[in-house]
Design a protein around this ligand. Structure first.
Ligand code: KIV
Length: 275
């Protein structure tokens, strides 16, 4: 499998055309590659699901970079998108500097940024950095949006959201993430946009879907939005495994002989002789 190029990504139109998943480390990226995921995202959701922050706001460029490098090592052949953390995209200059690090040092193929920051996107694209847009619920500014809630339910708000997505397309993004928007609006956006839409909480009509890995495997339990589907109750399974380990250590059952190393009897004899 080779990394999807930008023209290939742009051609992925029609529901079910793109499978995207977050990956923040080497083993996850490797497993997702083996499972045939099309695009991996080092999202700033890593701040909440891996680093334990209350929101994505405190996530730093260094943190995204660190995890991008790890994901890249696990998935050398998959298109890798890295998020521009909060305020690293506040101006074209800052965004270019952040993207330079994520692409050159981290090995990212594209960067994603939240909101219709058209001037910033245009600067990145004209500098040759592939960009994925993100509209609807944008977690970095969730507080100003009234919290983690569905965006674009009203006609005016929906029209504004659509306008933002179209402006992003005009500025050169290769695709647009639609987060927590009504399915009908996502469908309309997917018809209007020539580039693929990638939904999360946006219904089934978007061209692609994205999920946060820790939601998919059921290890993030602080909250579970309606759009999340757990394909595994991983949290429970992992906790059971750790409890079994602790119980065996306490009972003297682990490590067993098969988990230990032996010395030759002769060497041991020699060692005893020196006592
Ligand atoms: O950070 C992230 O995981 C994201 C996805 C929710 C699209 O931006």
């Amino acid at each position: 499998m080779a990394r999807l190029t930008i023209p290939e990504l742009k051609s992925r139109k029609g529901p079910g055309s793109l499978v995207m998943l977050t990956a923040y480390d080497y083993p996850t990226a490797k497993l997702a590659t083996a499972a045939g995921v099309d695009v991996l995202l080092v999202g700033d959701s890593l701040g909440m699901v891996v680093l334990g922050y209350d929101s994505t706001v405190p996530v730093t460029l260094e943190e995204v970079l660190h995890h991008t490098k790890a994901a890249r090592r696990g998935a050398p052949d998959v298109h890798l998108v890295a998020d521009l953390p909060y305020l690293s995209d506040a101006t074209p200059e800052r965004a270019l500097a952040a993207a330079e690090r994520l692409v050159k040092e981290g090995g990212a193929d594209s960067v994603k940024l939240e909101g219709p920051k058209i001037e910033v996107v245009a600067a990145l694209v004209s500098a040759g950095v592939p960009v994925l847009g993100h509209v609807g619920l944008t977690p970095q500014t969730a507080a100003s949006l009234g919290g983690y809630k569905v965006q674009g339910r009203g006609r005016e708000e929906a029209a504004k959201l659509l306008e933002g997505a179209l402006a992003l397309e005009e500025a050169g993004v290769w695709g647009v993430v639609l987060e927590m928007v009504p399915a009908q609006l996502a469908e309309l956006a997917s018809r209007r946009l020539r580039v693929p839409t990638i939904g999360i909480g946006a219904g089934a009509a978007t061209d692609g879907q994205v999920l946060v890995f820790h939601d998919l495997i059921g290890v993030f339990d602080r909250f579970k939005p309606r759009f999340v589907k757990r394909y595994l109750e991983g949290g429970q399974l992992i906790q059971e495994a750790i409890s079994a380990y602790a119980a065996e250590v306490r009972a003297g059952e682990f490590p067993a002989a098969e988990n230990a190393y032996e010395m030759d009897a002769e060497e041991l004899e020699g060692l005893y002789g020196k006592e």
